[in-house]
Design a protein around this ligand. Structure first.
Ligand SMILES: C[S@@+](CC[C@H](N)C(=O)[O-])C[C@H]1O[C@@H](n2cnc3c(N)ncnc32)[C@H](O)[C@@H]1O
Length: 202
């Protein structure tokens, strides 16, 4: 099994993929400030957050991924707004209540989800998209044990205000994947502000 460094070096994973469509749609309703992108890879969401004015901490275990992410940030003139942190997200010390936005895409880290949620500032927002176990035929993504089960991500987010939750299959050219996606805010109470529903996306 190739390492992530090898996969990035061999161009097996997209070197400059687009940010998540749902993140684009909701970004205008997120609080400004400081962001954390966990398992940033080549930095698609970290760079997008920096372009939207955030000061970004981007964490990944892969030196090669971080190198490419940094190049992508430089090309877009936002490298100065990013800190590239090489480390293991499973053992990382997440600071309490400092991030206004946290993003995680295609990385299974529910074992640390409690600590990650605790890193949200009051009213901070988390976006998490990961691969889903499904009976549908899918050929994208990791093995079963690295996928979440039905509603697992939703249940793990229920101590936050869930603004968006979706389970879906996606893909093109015969390659299909299955994902769970949540956007949730660190807020509480019977009456709260809710974002305007964005235009439907794939
Ligand atoms: C499927 S890629 C996703 C990258 C990026 N979030 C995206 O959506 O394009 C998974 C990433 O997780 C990183 N990774 C794997 N294990 C990790 C760990 N224990 N700590 C931090 N990053 C890790 C890999 O280096 C890789 O960049």
């Amino acid at each position: 099994m190739p390492t992530w460094d090898e996969r990035f070096r061999e161009g097996e994973y997209p070197l400059d993929p687009d940010p998540a469509p749902v993140l684009r749609q909701y970004i205008g309703s997120f609080p400004d400030g400081r962001a954390l992108d966990i398992a940033t890879g080549t930095g698609r969401n970290a760079v997008f957050l920096a372009e939207n004015g955030y000061t970004v901490d981007a964490l990944d275990k892969s030196r090669e991924g971080l190198r490419i992410a940094r190049e992508n940030a430089k090309k877009r003139g936002v490298d100065e707004n990013c800190s590239w942190i090489r480390g293991d997200a499973h053992t990382h010390e997440y600071p309490d209540e400092i991030y206004d936005v946290i993003t995680i895409q295609y990385f299974q880290i529910l074992d640390r989800f409690t600590d990650i949620k605790a890193a949200l500032a009051p009213d901070g927002v988390i976006y998490y998209q990961t691969h889903l176990r499904t009976t549908d035929s899918v050929d994208r993504g990791p093995s079963e044990r690295h996928r979440v089960g039905a509603n697992e991500l939703l249940r793990a987010s229920l101590d936050l205000t869930v603004l968006h939750y979706r389970e879906f299959t996606t893909g093109t050219e015969g390659h299909r994947g299955a994902c769970a996606q949540v956007i949730a805010r660190n807020s509480h109470g019977h009456t709260q502000q809710v974002p305007r529903e964005p235009v439907a996306e794939d």
